[in-house]
Structures are given as structure tokens and as C-alpha cells.
Design a protein around this ligand. Structure first.
Ligand code: KG4
Ligand code: ZN
Length: 339
């Protein structure tokens, strides 16, 4: 979709709110992307259930968000009246949390007469690489994005704000979901990605596991067969070796899919890896090599900005507000909202 754009000078800070899953987060960024204050509360209430319970998540956002938002404003030395806009994740995600976060942001916008930006969570992950503090000046369009998180796994050509071309995606599980399920099989608790990475560091990738779709044309992914293979080897393999083997299989598959995506986008020069799974050091190393082989540079946000956070939401708000883009206060949050 081509958006009607009009460059606007933004002179005041933007408040960002993230509540789409189990992180309650708020951040204030200066118009140039400088982070003035940020906070992320990872809800621990879900651990006992082995996964996010939507109703519990929504109630926890409701309980914590007002204090978190007030705290970031205070730390930034700002009052709501000093803001230039409010941005909130408005999809995709769990509808209860989206209603809490976007409703709160709309309330601030209404009270202060500020523009409201309904942020697509996937676009927020996608644009994090453009934060000026990350790469001098931020990554320029177009770039190839490998978005790997708990709910999403896709390759996208990012051509501009609101301008994306999907190159491929998972046909079953998201890669973070596969990490979480394998971690659960190995008794590592939840969320499992970071724990699985730690266990893998103590093992060797010696267990033979499949590499789903490796070498096939295109940029689609599949992880359910790999997950089943891990379940079948659980009884006879050393857990650390099994974790290392799983991680290695995922790394090879992601690198192969990213190879195809880069080959399909000769106008791009940068591979951006984003989403919670991009925090994984082994995956980052393998993907950096794959990018190098294709003549691309790999850029991944620091691990703290890979998982869900409000810095990326505020930044997405800034990118949109600069183009004169904002949303009406009756904008409805959307549980499903593809890029
Ligand atoms: O982006 P994110 O915070 O939430 C979604 O939008 O889904 O991603 C969370 C996912 C979880 O599945 C978590 O296990 C995974 O990212 N993750 C990791 C690592 N850190 C987080 N996976 C592998 N290695 C990690 N170090
Ligand atoms: Zn996310």
C-alpha cells in the first residue's frame, strides 16, 4: 500500500506503550530517537501455566501500565503536556492487552490534545534497526528483514514506513514457539528460549536432526518436524547435546532461508534480524556469516531491544508522525494484523 506522506517536523518527545503479549512496557524517546527513559515489566504470572494466559496478561497490563507510564515520564523529567504524540501497539497480539494499552494511550492523547499512533507490533520490530543510536544514522531502506519471535517467523523486504513485501513465512510453528516447546520438553521452564541457549552452550551439536525445507526454493519455514524429532531423541540423547543440536538445526535453516531472501532482493544491502529470538548469540553469528557470503551486512538490535519493548513502539510512532501519519481515536485494536 502506498501511503500519502508529508514530512512533518516533530519537536517534542513521544511516549510508546507495548502490551500485545506478556510484556508491559513504556518508553519516552526524543524526536531524534534518543531514549529518554524506558521500562519493561516481563509478567511472571504465566510461568506456572507454561505459556501466556490472555486473561491474566490483560489484567496485569491494567494493573501495571499506569505506574510504568508515569515512571518513565518522571525519569525523563517530562509532564504529559510536554509530549508531541502517543504511540501504542494496536495489533497483532492478544486482544485484552491491546485494548488496555491502546485505550490508555488514547486517553493520554485525548487529554493532552496529542496525535495517537496505532502501531503494528511487527512494524515496530522491523523499524528498530533504524534507531539512529544503533547504526550511525540508522539502517536505510530498503532492507531484508528476518523477523523471528514467539508469535512470528517471516522474511520481509522493508521498502519504507508502511511499505513491506512479504517474501515467506512459517507454514506451522514460529521459531520462538519451537524454542519454547523444545525447552519445555527438556524441563527448562518457560519462557524457554534463553534457558535453551544456556543449556546448548554446555553441549555439542552431535545429535542428528532434520533441517526442514533446507535447500528448497523460497523463504518459507517449518519447525514442527524438527520439534517432533527432538521429542523422539529426548530419551536417549544428552540434554545439552540435544539443545545444541536443535539450535544448530534452527541456525542452518534460518541462514538458508535468509540466503534466498537476500538473493531475491538485489536492491538491499542489509539483513536485519529482529524479534525475541534474534537475542540468541549463536543464531546471530550464523546469520552474520550468511549475510557476509551474500555481500550483505547484518544488523540486529542489542538483545535488550530484540524482545518486546516500548522503545521500538515509540520509535515506530516517531517514524510515522514525521511522515504526517497518525490514527483516529476510534481506531480498533486488531488481534490479526499482517504487515
Ligand atoms: O519478540 P518477543 O519478545 O515476543 C513476540 O512478539 O513473540 O519474542 C519472544 C520469543 C520467545 O519464544 C522466547 O523464547 C524467544 O523469543 N527468545 C529466544 C531467546 N530469547 C528469547 N529464543 C532463542 N534464544 C534466545 N536467547
Ligand atoms: Zn514481538
Amino acid at each position: 500500500m502506498k501511503l500519502k506522506e508529508r514530512m512533518v517536523t516533530l519537536s517534542r518527545p513521544v511516549l510508546g506503550i507495548e502490551t500485545s503479549c506478556d510484556e508491559t512496557a513504556a518508553a519516552v524517546l526524543a524526536p531524534d530517537g534518543t531514549v529518554l527513559a524506558e521500562t519493561v515489566l516481563s509478567q511472571r504470572e504465566h510461568a506456572a501455566f507454561g505459556g501466556v494466559v490472555p486473561e491474566i496478561a490483560a489484567r496485569a497490563h491494567l494493573a501495571h501500565l499506569p505506574d510504568l507510564a508515569a515512571a518513565v515520564l518522571e525519569r525523563a523529567g517530562l509532564r504529559p503536556a510536554d509530549l508531541g504524540g502517543v504511540a501504542a501497539t494496536s495489533g497483532p497480539g492478544l486482544i485484552g492487552g491491546l485494548i488496555v494499552g491502546s485505550g490508555f494511550a488514547k486517553g493520554v492523547a485525548l487529554a493532552q490534545g496529542l496525535p495517537f499512533v496505532a502501531v503494528n507490533h511487527l512494524e515496530a520490530h522491523a523499524l528498530t534497526a533504524r534507531l539512529p543510536g544503533l547504526v550511525p544514522g540508522g539502517v536505510a531502506f530498503p532492507y531484508v528483514l528476518l523477523l523471528v519471535s514467539g508469535g512470528h517467523c517471516q522474511c520481509v523486504l522493508v521498502e519504507g514506513v508502511g511499505r513491506h513485501r512479504r517474501l515467506g513465512g512459517t507454514i506451522d510453528d514460529a521459531v520462538g514457539e519451537a524454542f519454547d516447546k523444545v525447552a519445555k520438553m527438556l524441563g527448562l521452564g518457560w519462557p524457554g528460549g534463553p534457558a535453551l541457549e544456556r543449556l546448548a552452550a554446555a553441549g555439542q551439536p552431535t545429535v542428528a536432526l532434520p533441517r526442514p525445507l533446507l535447500g528448497r526454493p523460497g523463504c518459507d519455514f517449518s519447525f514442527s518436524g524438527l520439534k517432533t524429532a527432538v521429542a523422539q531423541r529426548r530419551a536417549d540423547a544428552d540434554p545439552a547435546d540435544l539443545a545444541a543440536s536443535f539450535q544448530q538445526a534452527v541456525a542452518e535453516v534460518l541462514a538458508d532461508r535468509a540466503d534466498h531472501a537476500m538473493a531475491a532482493c538485489p536492491a538491499a544491502r542489509v539483513l536485519v534480524v529482529a524479534g525475541g529470538v534474534a537475542a540468541n548469540a549463536r543464531l546471530r553469528a550464523v546469520l552474520a556469516k550468511a549475510a557476509d557470503r551474500c555481500g550483505f551486512a547484518m544488523v540486529a538490535p542489542p538483545p535488550r531491544l530484540c524482545g518486546d519493548n516500548a522503545v521500538m513502539v515509540a520509535w515506530c510512532g516517531i517514524e510515522r508522525l514525521r511522515l504526517g501519519l497518525s490514527d483516529p481515536l476510534d481506531h480498533a485494536p486488531q488481534p490479526r494484523w499482517p504487515l
